[in-house]
Design a protein around this ligand. Structure first.
Ligand SMILES: NC(=O)c1ccc[n+]([C@@H]2O[C@H](COP(=O)([O-])OP(=O)(O)OC[C@H]3O[C@@H](n4cnc5c(N)ncnc54)[C@H](O)[C@@H]3O)[C@@H](O)[C@H]2O)c1
Length: 257
């Protein structure tokens, strides 16, 4: 049976993280060639070698908040594989968990620099490749915090809301070129990002924090990165050919409240 992403070229940023890795494995298992972009060289090398040095996997070290680095990784993918069908604009940080009044302008700038500027730059340089092809699917990783407030994470929430604005506007601008742009909005996932939040809320009893956060999720647990990766596979594939400009919650029911 033909795999869903056979013949497609995918680029994933923040690829060496928990979610990026799960997405890379899912897209590769469906036959895509996958370019893995991350600024952590060591973690990236480990991920690339986990694929057994396959010809269909390429690791690219780049800081996605730096314009030249973004231009360079896009160029490298196009030079090697000739196109970009799927772009998973996923790199992001949680930043400092603190009340808004305790966040500094440096905290603000660091957050916007990666979680908004990085997403913008990715779209700015990948979309022209897709427009030239007259096809492609870009998937921006936002969060449930991009659709609602998030006490203690105001800057993260603001940045993830900005991702929605970029997604909707880009979708409108490139629809005529048959290019699709959507965002995904995961609830807390079993991940180092959530461990950081748990520690910063109560370093003596992070398990209790996890319990409290889980109790606010109707399904009663954190999501798994692999569950989100299956949604990304759907948005990357032709099965979602009529979907663009949409916000996909994957949140264990949080949005129903
Ligand atoms: N973990 C969660 O609970 C959760 C929930 C909702 C949304 N998200 C979003 O999912 C995305 C991935 O999160 P994750 O849990 O995999 O995080 P993670 O920390 O495990 O991975 C993030 C990756 O991005 C890389 N990165 C950071 N800054 C970079 C930069 N400037 N240039 C290139 N790479 C950079 C890191 O090296 C890391 O490999 C983020 O956008 C995050 O906001 C995560």
């Amino acid at each position: 049976m033909k795999r869903k992403l056979e013949g497609k070229v995918a680029v994933i940023t923040g690829a060496a993280g928990v979610l990026g890795t799960a997405i890379a494995e899912q897209l590769a298992s469906e036959g895509a060639k996958v370019a893995l972009v991350d600024f952590n060289q060591q973690a990236l090398d480990k991920l690339v070698s986990s694929f057994g040095d396959s010809e269909n996997i390429m690791g690219l070290v780049a800081d996605v908040s730096k314009e030249q680095a973004v231009q360079h990784y896009v160029k490298q993918v196009v030079e090697r594989w000739g196109k970009i069908d799927v772009f998973v604009n996923n790199a992001g940080i949680i930043g400092k968990t603190a009340l808004l009044t305790e966040q500094t302008t440096a905290d603000f700038d660091a957050m916007m620099n990666l979680n908004v500027r990085g997403v913008f730059l990715g779209l700015k340089y990948v979309l022209p490749v897709m427009i030239a092809q007259q096809s492609g699917s870009a998937i921006n990783t936002s969060s449930v915090s991009g659709l609602m407030g998030s006490s203690g994470n105001s800057l993260y929430s603001a940045a993830k809301h900005a991702v929605v604005g970029l997604t909707k506007t880009a979708a409108l601008e490139v629809a005529k070129d048959s290019v699709r742009v959507n965002s995904i909005h995961p609830a807390p996932l079993a991940s180092s990002m959530m461990e950081t939040i748990e520690q910063s809320i109560n370093k003596n009893d992070p398990a209790r924090v996890r319990q409290t956060i889980s109790s606010r999720i109707p399904l009663g647990r954190y999501g798994q990165a692999e569950e989100v990766a299956k949604l990304v596979e759907f948005l990357a594939s032709d099965d979602s050919s009529f979907i663009t400009g949409s916000q996909y919650r994957i949140d264990g029911g949080m949005g129903a409240r």
